[in-house]
Design a protein around this ligand. Structure first.
Ligand code: PLP
Length: 412
């Protein structure tokens, strides 16, 4: 089959980095097992913990109801939308109408992709492309999804100097000075807590983002996938809808994947400005017919249950201890890793003797069976970092430190 017949953006695209890494891990498994280095995955952001018993029991009950086995709608069942509204009110104190300000998602990745489809006018020529401002480093899918839709991602650097909350007016000035067209910007993506940095944002900074988007007439897309994963009440994540004016420009994406370890359920929601929600609904209506009602019903019960909140609290305590122990282990090997404020990722500087993060990640896998992601997956300039997902069991994490020590992966 001639590849030429396919869409130009898609045919020139490489596979998603996490799936490339996974394929390499699978291919090397027999060889690694033979030398007592069976792979330990610190690559994907997928918790391995058991999902809440509560949601499993609810799903089992709902499976017996015949009417829940028919098509749902892309928007979602009213029970689900009402539960989201209640949760948003209880957790953030924000009012959102189940009728026209909330929409179900088949995971937040799907929602972001379909929102981009609704937003972007695809172009082939680079200078003509719509621009989406994204965090750098940031979730690897953003740049790939933007590219797939025929638009251009413009990375905004998050670093220690700007406390991971860059001044957007300065970013805009820089964008103009570089000769870019301001009219091409369609949206600002923010992600706090951030993947891969674990950085959080203050409410004041979120208000700065809202004001910037209102001033420039662009969308604010807040990816809040990690809002329930935090280790310190002082850094408890916010919703942008706690800020004045947000409903005039913003949409926020939520997920069951991380806080409830329900990655396989593919359950989430978008909420906010009703025009954005309407446009998202048009894009989604052409490609999906909603989430299995049983999952929506069980998820709805979980969202507003005490059991759900207890699960989140226990997970946060567990992750805090697990990450602290792992950070100490890495630092005992000479690394300079800080405890993240939220989420379960570590952004680790690589030893000087390696050419770049790809070489380091390859050697960690091939020599020691430790699967990590090169920093360049999150920011093309992040040549000297890798990302570790601290999702493995305590035993596996101790084994990672032991192998790194034994196999010569100390920092110095
Ligand atoms: C920042 C961020 N957003 C969204 C997602 C997608 O999550 P899901 O589609 O499982 O809801 C991820 C997954 O790793 C992520 O890290």
């Amino acid at each position: 089959m001639d590849k030429e017949i396919f869409n130009n953006q898609i045919k020139n695209m490489s596979n998603y980095i996490m799936f490339i890494i996974k394929a390499k891990q699978v291919e090397l498994t027999p060889f690694l097992k033979a030398k007592n280095r069976a792979p330990i995955a610190l690559s994907m952001g997928a918790p391995v913990d058991k999902v809440p018993d509560f949601v499993i029991n609810k799903a089992k009950e709902y499976l017996d109801i015949p009417s829940l086995h028919t098509y749902s709608t892309p928007k979602g069942e009213m029970k689900f939308l009402e539960a989201v509204s209640k949760r948003m009110k209880e957790r953030f104190g924000v009012e959102l109408s189940p009728k026209d300000e909330i929409f179900s998602l088949i995971g937040s990745k799907e929602g972001i992709s379909n929102l981009l489809k609704a937003l972007i006018n695809p172009k082939e020529i680079e200078e003509e492309k719509d621009v989406i401002l994204i965090p750098a480093p940031g979730y690897a899918s953003y740049s790939q999804m933007i590219k797939a839709q025929g638009a251009r991602a413009y990375g905004i650097s998050l670093n220690e100097e700007n406390n991971y909350m860059p001044n957007l007016d300065e970013v805009f000035d820089k964008y103009i000075k570089e000769g870019n067209d301001p009219k091409k910007i369609k949206a600002l993506f923010i992600n706090y807590p951030n993947n891969p940095l674990g950085a959080t944002a203050t409410k004041e900074y979120l208000a700065h983002c809202v004001n910037f988007c209102l001033k420039h007439g662009i969308l604010l897309v807040s990816d809040n996938a990690y809002c329930e994963m935090y280790f310190d009440e002082d850094y408890k994540p916010h919703s942008v809808f706690e800020c004045e004016g947000a409903k005039d420009c913003a949409v926020e994406m939520y997920s069951f994947s991380k806080s409830y370890a329900m990655t396989g359920w593919r359950l989430g929601w978008a909420c906010g400005n009703s025009t954005i929600i309407t446009m998202l609904s048009r894009a989604k209506g052409t490609v999906d017919t909603g989430i299995f009602k049983v999952l929506q019903y069980a998820g709805a019960d979980l969202l507003v249950s005490e059991e759900g909140q207890k699960y989140i609290d226990n997970q946060n305590e567990k992750f805090k201890n697990k990450i602290q122990k792992f950070v100490s282990g890495l630092n005992s090997l000479g690394y300079k890793v800080k405890m993240p404020k939220a989420a379960f990722y570590l952004w680790v500087e690589i030893p000087k003797r390696y050419k770049d993060c790809v070489q380091f990640a390859d050697e960690l896998l091939e020599k020691s069976g430790i699967v990590v992601v090169p920093g360049t997956a999150f920011d093309k300039n992040a040549l000297r970092h890798i990302r570790l997902s601290v999702v493995a069991s305590d035993e596996d994490l101790s084994e990672v430190i032991r192998r790194m020590r034994e196999d010569g992966f100390s920092f110095e």
